[in-house]
Design a protein around this ligand. Structure first.
Ligand code: HEC
Ligand code: HEC
Ligand code: HEC
Ligand code: HEC
Ligand code: HEC
Ligand code: HEC
Length: 182
């Protein structure tokens, strides 16, 4: 390559991300965990933020390597120490990794059921009372729709019925409308 081409190529590499990121960069990327499913990260949402701008080096490659397999699987403890998402999500630059679990991990889960009405499982109401590992992966695989059961299964202690037994929490055989939108 001639020197002129080299310079042009470098200039393009610097200029392109800020001009065209919306076209060629993948918005949503997913970080896979062993125990609690995958976590969605949105490039677009972050690049819209004033404190970040369209500035790739804010994260690449010091905080996250662009070649995703070069990133170790970070634990929440490491993030609380300022690694990965915790570089900003420390309660100062952005909401804290040690709170708001469901903002990053999983919000409300809606089971669609036309016959008996949709059921909303509110993660947040539960993560205040239980650790993730009290449900995942033993009672529920952390993947939407991956745990089909009937009410009969629940009454014999599976799924929601592991806790919603009328003593630890309201029972599955009692108040249908606490879960079903009827
Ligand atoms: C706020 C932090 C942040 C900023 C800013 C950022 N990224 Fe990323 N990027 C990430 C994270 C997190 C991942 C996923 C890492 C992983 O999966 O281990 C990622 C992954 C990537 C990947 C790999 C995608 C894949 O699926 O292989 C590319 C390419 C990438 N970013 C390009 C860019 C470019 C170009 C910019 C600037 C326009 C940018 N990123 C800005 C956080 C950021
Ligand atoms: C800012 C976003 C964010 C918040 C807030 C957050 N997490 Fe995470 N969490 C992640 C990401 C991203 C990963 C995956 C990291 C990886 O695989 O490299 C992860 C991984 C995990 C893991 C698997 C790794 C480990 O440490 O065992 C658990 C469990 C977990 N989070 C629980 C929680 C709990 C509980 C909370 C609330 C106290 C929480 N997370 C809050 C982003 C977040
Ligand atoms: C370079 C700093 C930076 C890094 C690194 C970063 N974030 Fe953020 N993030 C922000 C800021 C700033 C906000 C907006 C302020 C707030 O909501 O507290 C935000 C907001 C969010 C939101 C809310 C978005 C919305 O729609 O309101 C989510 C979800 C999120 N981040 C997830 C993540 C995850 C997951 C990671 C790691 C994979 C991560 N962030 C890494 C700076 C960062
Ligand atoms: C009280 C039980 C319970 C607790 C505690 C719980 N979850 Fe879940 N989780 C569920 C249920 C139920 C589903 C839906 C499964 C289905 O659709 O079959 C789910 C689904 C998920 C999914 C898949 C979401 C999707 O869109 O595919 C993820 C990811 C997840 N949970 C992460 C977490 C994390 C991280 C924690 C801890 C911060 C946590 N969960 C705590 C019950 C729980
Ligand atoms: C703790 C929450 C909860 C309560 C209380 C509850 N359900 Fe359900 N129900 C669910 C969930 C979640 C599903 C979806 C399960 C799936 O798709 O895997 C469901 C599914 C169903 C189904 C379809 C599956 C089947 O068994 O045929 C029927 C019918 C049903 N519920 C009826 C009822 C009735 C009647 C009551 C009251 C006696 C009730 N439910 C109380 C959570 C609940
Ligand atoms: C690990 C135990 C556990 C599991 C599993 C569980 N729950 Fe709960 N849930 C509770 C407890 C405890 C409460 C609060 C006590 C009460 O309301 O009786 C609660 C409360 C709720 C509430 C009321 C929330 C509020 O805002 O007041 C709903 C709705 C609910 N659960 C739905 C479900 C559904 C649907 C499932 C299955 C997909 C499920 N839960 C699985 C323990 C659990």
């Amino acid at each position: 390559m001639t020197r002129r081409w080299m310079i042009l190529t470098v200039l393009l590499m610097v200029a392109l991300p800020s001009v065209l990121y919306g076209r060629w960069i993948k918005d949503k990327v997913y970080l896979q965990t062993d125990s609690v499913g995958k976590v969605e990260f949105s490039h677009y949402t972050h690049l819209e933020m004033e404190s970040i701008g369209k500035n790739c080096p804010t994260c690449h490659n010091d905080v996250f390597h662009i070649v995703t397999k070069k990133n170790p699987a970070f634990t929440m403890a490491e993030m609380e120490d300022g690694k990965a998402c915790g570089f900003c999500h420390n309660g100062k630059k952005a909401f804290n990794v040690s709170g708001d679990c469901t903002t990053c991990h999983a919000g409300d889960i809606v089971y669609i059921n036309e016959d008996v009405g949709n059921i909303t499982f509110p993660h947040e109401a539960h993560t205040g009372m239980f650790g993730c590992d009290e449900c995942h992966p033993d009672i529920f695989k952390p993947e939407r729709g991956a745990n089909q059961v009937t009410m009969e299964d629940m009454e014999s202690g599976e799924s929601c019925g592991a806790c919603h037994d009328g003593s630890m929490a309201f029972g599955v055989a009692e108040d249908c409308e606490s879960c079903h939108e009827m």
